[in-house]
Design a protein around this ligand. Sequence first.
Ligand code: ZN
Ligand code: ZN
Length: 395
Amino acid sequence: MSESGRAAVFVGTGKPFEMREYPIPEPGPRDMVVRVCRANICGSDLHLWRGDTNLMSMGVTYGIVLGHEMTGEVVRMGAKVRGDSLGRPLKEGNRVVFSYYVPCDRCQACIKGCSHMCISSLMSPVRSCDMAPHFFGGFADYYYVKSRQSVFKLPEGVDTAEAAGANCALSQVLHGLEKANLSFGETVVVQGAGGLGLFACAVAKDMGAKKVIAIDGIPARLELAKRFGADETINIHEVADGRARVARVMDLTGGWGGDVVVEVVGRPEVVNEGIRMVARGGRYLEMGNINPKHTYKADPSLLVGWNRSIIAVSLYPPDVLPRAIDFLERTRGRYPFDELLSNDYSLEDIDQAFHEADALSGSGSGITRASIVPELSLSAAKPKDQQRDQPQGVA
Ligand SMILES: [Zn+2]
Ligand SMILES: [Zn+2]
């Protein structure tokens, strides 16, 4: 193994990534270092890259390593690491998934048992990669896992590519739908059929939703949404008027609306339309709008008169991630998880990956998740069937 690794460093909006080389760190006694197998470009990475979130105003010093939705293989373990967060034996070479935030364990949220709400949680964008151990984000050859992060060994039957979406998109929607108290036999509307939205369709079905309606503007995504469990789809270009879309949802639900309406578009302008789709006593699950100061004009009577509520969630508690992995294993073959990742790129091609993910996400080409695979050699993106790794130990 070479003694150093590359990191694609983000130095500011509009600037190309800088490829830097850092020594592979020796982990602290309870920490570990993983080799990144793949790191997906999540919507929030695109927000940061575009500058939708003003990192400078949040005191962030460039350069930083973006990327948090990922999976890797343990290459160096601290002397005191005995197993994963469920106590299962772990050794170098094992594939793992892990929560991408580092709670402090020393704040009111952490002592309440809500480490995902930690007041001083560390995530990749808030740590300059000039500091050791450098590998704070997923768009690099390595990632440094602190002892306070939850780590789970991947079962042999779960493909590395399928698992890469588990620690952000899948865990996020699983936690959100649970917080929104989705109950057996209820109806779910999903605004936005990207990575989170597609997982939301499948998880909602698995939780017993009677009907799932997916809304998006990209026909290929809507087709995929059906294969992820959506019973009905609405193309926003075919039903171009917001009120008509609300009427369509009401039609499809016998005039009732969605018991849970999930916002994973990430734009405030969809919120009022989404709330109008919520049934009496229903819940609007807000997860996509993460950018401060992107606002919408609110009419509180839309909530009060219908006994609707808004549930907002960010991140997820540690117990969600192993259940997300269990879901992937248990429902293998039922949903086309491998089709969530539409385009693979080498680390060197990260600029191209971001530009294409950004441009294509609104163009109708159907891109869902672009994924950075550091071990791909210097080349343009290859067709994904030539790159995809097979599950280990499965014939
Ligand atoms: Zn994410
Ligand atoms: Zn804390």
